[in-house]
Structure formats: structure tokens, C-alpha cells
Design a protein around this ligand. Sequence first.
Ligand code: GLC
Ligand code: MG
Length: 585
Amino acid sequence: MGKDTKQKLGFCEGNKCACLMFLVVVGAIAAVVCVTLLVEDIRDIYDHGENNSSLKWWQKTIIYQIYPRSFQDSDGDGIGDLKGIISRLDYFEYIHVDTIWLSPFFESPMKDFGYDVSNYTAIAKVFGTMEDFDELMKQAKKRGIRVIIDFVPNHSSTEHDWFNRSRHAKDDKDPFWDFYVWNDGITLANGTRVPPNNWQSVFGGPAWELDSVRDMFYYHAYLTSQADLNYRNPKVLEKIGEVIRFWMTKGVDGLRIDAIPHLFEAKDTSLNLPEPEPGEGPDLYLYTQNQPEIFDVVKQWRKIIDEFGSDRFLLAEAFGISREDRRKYYEAGSVPFYFQLIKAKARCCATAACLQGIIQEGLDISGSWPNFVIGNHDNLRIADSMGQKYADAMNLMLLTLPGTPTSYYGEELGMKGGDYKGLPPKDPKAITSGNLNNSRDSERNPMQWNSSTNAGFTSGSPWLPITKNTDYKNVNVESMKTDNTSSLNLYRRLAEIRQLPAFRTTNIVFPDKVGKVLVYERYDDQTSYLIVINVDSSPQRLDLRAGDITTGVRIFSTKSVIEERIELGNVFLQPGEGVIIRMDD
Ligand code: GLC
Ligand code: MG
């Protein structure tokens, strides 16, 4: 039964709306609403089970990002570790998450908390041992949990052996001579050495650093201790290829490629960043981001992981990219993260129209597989950026959009980030840029497991304290498990609802006119679901009748666990409330 959904969503408009609204309100007062008091597991609501067997595992999953440092400490040093993660694997069964992505746990001096790798095939002591990693893989597989790991190819730590060899290399006969992006720079008349150009580092300041050993400048997109590898050198590709094979052999299911837009810099280092046009901000990374050579390398990496089976997953941390580049990442065999929802509040106040626009842009990928993200270790938690009131609604949105959703740990609790104002920042980005507003400490706060000291994260002193504002006595896994209406249990039910066939499709339709409430319909050839989310700050009443469909069953609400038959002509939502309505035919 192919549905003309566009027509179905001819929602109420203008004066006609006001008029209808009045009638509906009056009508609704008299209406007897059929309430099903049975708070049953949503699983019983659907009986289709797994269909759509042509989908790959990563198209059916929720990806859950773990920042290992902050997830669970097992040895009391205040820093999360692999053993800690192992001890929490059952939790993923509880929330119906079957893919975890681990931020870096490799050997590292931790200047950027692991995004500065000093040995790509060793585990940082603070996180455990290779045996711990193997055990984690074994335990995850046992539970049907897929494991994606972070892969940080753009730069290594300057403490990496490759960098050490490169800085000591005497000439180009040394295989490590060109392993990084070296440059003589310019010697001024007064003898001062300056960088070859004015390229900027992402964390602030010049992107070139004079190395006293080699007496040359090296390029770094991020910290001075994160030197960029030279991808114009085939030997680098070879070595990095070995790293990929190493982890694939360990059985990891996919890679999240870090900072991929920075992989190449313009060949011509005499190019200087131009002065910005009047009224426009500077394009700080014109020559150091989104260079065309990237895609060929992604293709090569795809080929390598295909040696291990075509269903291994490649996710690209591709921020700030054009529509065209997004297409190229897909074409190269990766899925580029779509980050715009994270920025919704800052970008356009996260109104319904704003969110709808961002979602539509995210879906504008000519048949490629979509993905959405609302939080990560580089951005404020949703409860902080959008406000606590909207946290559940944003999970509802994330988990009912087409494609693969990525959840950041703690977001399922609607957890706030730590309040570290007044404390010296740990985040190197805040330190180097000198801008405390830049600090990523807040969203890296420890996971809240229970109401004991330090929220059950550690028996020691946590590397980032648990602060008052996060209300860990109430906002924690253990307490929330016992409350049907908690954010955690809402998330859990949403994770079940996602498995309904309609949500496995990429079918989605929006109303022609957007009001203050975000509305979309997800459907397959059997069933249609309306997702209705009040992102406004005042209560909203809606008429959602579509053609002759006037009733439906509210199968989910962020405010109630009661399943209820409702009149579509009179849907009332509090600010931050979101519902899923199964439409009657
Ligand atoms: C990515 C990571 C970020 C890190 C940076 C440098 O953007 O997400 O946390 O600081 O790369 O590796
Ligand atoms: Mg530890």
C-alpha cells in the first residue's frame, strides 16, 4: 500500500487552523479518550521482528560513543579504563545498544587525551593492556556488541618513534626524512627564522613549529605536540595501512577516522591566507582543510578494510564539509558523520524550522545512508546546549530519524556536563587558545552509574570531578533503572521502537508548513508513525489530522509511559514534550 504521505501531512494552517483548533478543543473536552493503562514492553506492540535483512549491521544499529577516560574506572586511579568498560558491557544490552565506538586508548603522552598517539598498536598503560583489549573484544562479541575504534591518522604525537626518527633524519636517504610535513621556513634579513606561511592551527596560533633538533619547521593542524603525517609520502600510507590491518586482525568492526579534513595541506607552501573580505570571517583553513587528495586515501583505506570483509564500517569525522565533499566521502566507501544537529542551538536557536532544515540537509545525500549525531566529546552535552527540558525530546528525535544514530555516553540519562567554571581547564584546546569557553572538559565529565561517592565512576579521585549541577544522586543509571519515566528508560524504549520496520527504512516526510513544533512521519508500506516534538518554550496544541485519518495510538511520550488512543485533531504538548503516534489507517 504505497501511501501518498505528502498529501497525508496536509496539516492545519492559518485561519482555517485557528477555527478548526477551536472546534477541536471544544470537541476534545467531550471526547472519551481511550486509555490503555497497560504499560507493556514496547516489544509487544510490534510483531514484525527483523525484516529488511538486506541492511548491514551498521544500518540497524545505534552507535554509542565511549570516552574511555570518563566511562568507568576499574583500578581507582580516577581514570576510566578498558577493564571498566568490560565491567559495563551488560549495560548495553539493557539499553539495546549493540555498537560501541571507543575514543582513543592507544599509547599516548595524553596531551590531547589520547588524540596524540605515540604508538598506534599499543595500549596506554592508564587504560590497561593488550590483553584487556582482547578480553573486551571477546566479551563484546559474546554479547553481540560491535566495536568501532578511533583511528587518528592525521597526526601522531611528537613522542612517536616515527617523529623521533624523522627529526633526527639527516637527509632524504633516511626513510623517515619526509614522514612529517617539514619546511625550512623563511630566514629574515635580521637572521630570524619564520614559518613559510601564516597557516593557523585549529587550537590557536601558528600551525608551524620550529624543531630544534632538525632545525626545520613541522606542520601541526592541532597542538605543537601533534605533528601532521605527510600523506604525500607513500611510506606513510604503508605504515598506516599496517596499523589498520593490525586492528582489523584483532576483529574490530570499524574505524572512526579522526580529523580527516586535515589530512592534506596545499602543496604550495608559499600560499598565505588572504585577508578576509569585508564583513566576513577569515577562512583559517583554506589551504589546510578539505583538500581534494583526501578521497583517494579514504578509498585506499576502504580497500584495506575490505580485505577483512565488506561489512566493516568506516566512519569519517568530516566536519565543515560541503555537500559535494559529503558525496565524495560516501563514494570513497565511508560514511561522513553529519554533525549539524549538534550545532542547532547556536546555528538557529533549534526552532522546529531550524531542526527540520538541518535534518533535510542531512538527508540530501542522493540515496546514500544517512546518519545523525547530537553529542560528542568536543561539544556541549544536549542538556546544556538545548536545556535539560529538551534532552529527552532530542533523544527521541535522534532515535527516530532515518539512518544510523550516534549517542554520546551519558546522553541517555539526559546528563548535564560538569560545571568546571573557575577550575583550571584540562582541555588543551582551552589552554592553547586561551579561551575558556572553548573548554571541552564539561562534556567529558564522568559517567554517572549510581548514587554512591563519585557516582560509581571511580573509587579514587576522578580526573574531572563530579559537580553539583549534574545531580548525580538522581541522574544515574541505577536510580533511573527503577523509574519507568526516567530519561534512561525512555531511551531504552526508543531503542526498541527503532527496531520497528518503518524506522528501518529511510522514508520520512515533513509537513509543508513548519510551525513551532517539529513534526515528521516515518512509514513503511504497513504502518505510519508521526513524530511530534515541541521544541518551543510554550505549550502547543496541534491539529494533526491528515485526510480522513483522525485518530492514532500514542505509543511513546517523553512525559508518560501510558499508551493511549488519541484524537489527531487535538494533540497537546508541553515544552520539551515529544510523542510518537501510530496512525490509524
Ligand atoms: C578530533 C577529535 C578531537 C581532537 C582532534 C585532534 O577533532 O574529535 O577531540 O582534539 O581531532 O585529534
Ligand atoms: Mg583507571
